[in-house]
Design a protein around this ligand. Structure first.
Ligand code: OAD
Length: 254
């Protein structure tokens, strides 16, 4: 057990102790301590790259090699990095309670690598390919992009299986995410700026449905005024402590 430094109010302790349906939304901040850049902020990806040139279908059609180069660069970062203690705490948490839904906006696959079994990926997965022509998922993803755009067996161009600007989120994932948010009695929003919809609506839906809303971030966000509890700090430190606190609270009632 790690030594705990977070301080919880009585109502937060009760929310932890009594929760039977926990829903978690993660964003790029949970992977920051693994060495993967977030999107916004001074060091964020969008301050160095132009989304309109890289993360949309028109950009891909116009210059697939450039888009692939960027995604291969990010794939290499993710492949060479490791999940951090925040990811691990969430994977342990899942094993301890049936009512646990982990929703992520991240495409890096760290939650699964840390041991999480059920992960709702709202924005796809950067390590997976999808065919532009036949929609086939998974072809050729083990072969790194060099200079030529990878092709599917059907002859269509393969693209990274991530959601680009202007595209719909995967319908099943979105439905499952909103159902879990509505059913939650404890909702954690972790490491997300909470401004990209529809994901950013999930904490609002949970709160409107009666959930205790707990936010973890290194700085306040647009969601913070709505949160029942804001824990300020890196998720790789706070999440293991919060999980320990949850375990301690549960031990008091079991
Ligand atoms: P952002 O880059 O918008 O926000 C990252 C958040 O993480 C910020 O609020 C930071 O303060 C916080 N943060 C940074 N380091 C942290 C740490 N160690 N612990 C806790 N919090 C930390 O990333 P997202 O909210 O995930 O979409 O962005 C949402 C979507 O916008 C992404 O999924 C992506 C992007 O466009 C697509 O690619 C479709």
């Amino acid at each position: 057990m790690s030594s705990r430094s977070i301080i919880l109010s009585d109502s937060a302790r009760a929310a932890l102790r009594d929760s039977s349906s926990i829903c978690i939304l993660t964003g790029a901040g949970v992977s920051a301590e693994s060495g993967v850049a977030t999107f916004r902020g001074k060091e964020g990806l969008w301050s160095k790259f132009r989304p309109e040139e890289l993360a949309n279908i028109q950009a891909f059609i116009q210059n697939p090699e450039l888009v692939w180069e960027w995604y291969q660069y990010r794939r290499d970062i993710v492949t060479n990095a490791q999940p951090n203690p925040g990811h691990v705490a969430l994977a342990q948490w899942e094993k301890r309670i049936a009512g646990f839904t982990l929703i992520t906006q991240n495409v890096d696959g760290f939650h699964q690598r840390a041991g999480s079994r059920r992960v709702i990926e709202l924005h796809g997965n950067i390590l997976r390919n999808r065919c532009l022509k036949c929609g086939n998922i998974g072809a050729g993803q083990e072969v790194p992009f060099k200079e030529k755009v990878p092709l599917c067996d059907c002859g269509g161009m393969l693209r990274p299986d991530v959601v680009w600007f202007g595209e719909m989120l995967p319908a099943q994932a979105l439905n499952d995410a909103f159902a879990a948010a509505e059913a939650a009695d404890l909702f954690l929003s972790i490491g997300t700026s909470a401004i990209v919809h529809p994901a950013a609506s999930l904490p609002e839906v949970a709160k409107a449905s009666g959930a205790f809303l707990l936010e973890i971030n290194i700085e306040p966000t647009v969601l913070t005024p709505m949160a029942d509890l804001f824990l300020e700090g890196p998720s790789g430190k706070i999440l293991p402590e919060l999980f320990d606190e949850w375990m301690a609270q549960r031990a008091n009632v079991e």
